[in-house]
Design a protein around this ligand. Structure first.
Ligand SMILES: Nc1ncnc2c1ncn2[C@@H]1O[C@H](COP(=O)(O)OP(=O)(O)OP(=O)(O)O)[C@@H](O)[C@H]1O
Ligand SMILES: [Mg+2]
Length: 188
């Protein structure tokens, strides 16, 4: 039997979730650069940026976070349906949002959980969010005083406190190859 063909031009979504500081932006950029180098059309939808554009009126309640995730998921699915490899970097604290995004994508969806202990995220504190939360000037920070539901069924779990960025990038790309979402010719 002939091996199943790789639909190397078909779109898909890599949905990257995890606590603030777990590495979502870093990983989305890194995977995106590799896919771009392999000739793919790529779009990163990063939580920070898209929130300003899609959802400036929304806050950080459960409902608002779910509405925002639905908007991102809708746009991601449209892009994927036109052959784009879409990297979503969004905290996505609720399982309902993850499952809704997966259902919307109709199959070509890879859920990646960047699992990283909150104390490591706090030490990184790229944006000073954990500091502001500790000082009482920022409320509803996920992992501090807002929930992050443990993902029930991620396709990949990456421990970003133990893997380097390049190891984690290779793992995600290898998984995409195994799923036949990308061809095997990615440059190292
Ligand atoms: N394996 C890894 N993968 C990704 N990032 C890592 C890894 N190891 C260490 N880091 C570092 O962790 C930090 C993560 O910051 P980044 O801004 O990517 O997180 P984030 O999840 O996008 O946070 P936020 O939700 O606040 O936007 C960076 O300094 C990055 O270099
Ligand atoms: Mg980020």
């Amino acid at each position: 039997m002939a091996p199943e063909a790789v639909d190397a031009r078909g779109g898909f979504i890599v949905w990257i979730e995890g606590l603030p500081g777990s590495g979502k932006t870093t990983m989305a950029q890194s995977v995106s650069a590799r896919l771009h180098a392999a000739g793919r059309k790529v779009q990163v939808l990063d939580g920070d940026e898209v929130r300003r554009m899609f959802s400036p009126e929304l806050g950080y309640s459960r409902r608002d976070r779910e509405v925002h995730a639905r908007r991102v998921s809708y746009v991601a699915s449209m892009l994927a349906s036109h052959g784009v490899a879409v990297l979503v970097a969004l905290i996505t604290p609720y399982e309902t949002s993850r499952q809704a995004a997966k259902a919307q994508a109709e199959g070509k969806f890879v859920e990646v959980w960047l699992r990283c202990p909150v104390n490591v995220c706090r030490q990184r504190d790229q944006k000073g969010l954990y500091d502001r939360a500790a000082q009482g000037s920022l409320a509803h920070l996920t992992g501090v005083d807002d929930p992050f539901e443990e993902p029930l069924n991620p396709d990949l779990t990456v421990d970003t406190d133990r893997n380097s960025v390049s190891e984690a990038t290779d793992r995600i790309l290898r998984f995409l190859e195994e799923q036949r979402l990308v061809g095997p010719t990615l440059p190292a």
